[in-house]
Write a protein that binds this ligand. Structure first.
Ligand SMILES: [Zn+2]
Length: 88
């Protein structure tokens, strides 16, 4: 396991104990093998999908979409709709 302190914190628990994990699978018939990479949080144990490409899993982790805040106008429109449909 590789400690990558430059990885963003876990989106679920906020922990910085996230690691780049690699698993090597040996293929006996060919005397070769392949490695898959994922990122795991050692605090809450979530793990990403596994990728053959190390940089791809890192870039997916680092570029997660941000949670958007609802602006005040949208919020008040939503409140009016709720009022119209459920509170009349
Ligand atoms: Zn976590």
């Amino acid at each position: 396991m590789e400690n990558s302190s430059n990885l963003k914190p876990c989106p679920f628990c906020g922990s910085n104990k996230v690691f780049l994990k690699s698993d090597y699978t040996r293929i006996v018939q060919t005397d070769g093998g392949y490695t898959v990479y994922s990122i795991q949080c050692s605090n809450c144990d979530i793990e990403t999908s596994r990728y053959m490409n190390r940089n791809q899993v890192i870039s997916k982790w680092q570029n997660r979409p941000k949670r958007e805040r609802i602006d005040d106008d949208t919020l008040s429109s939503l409140k009016s709709l709720i009022h119209i449909f459920f509170l009349k």
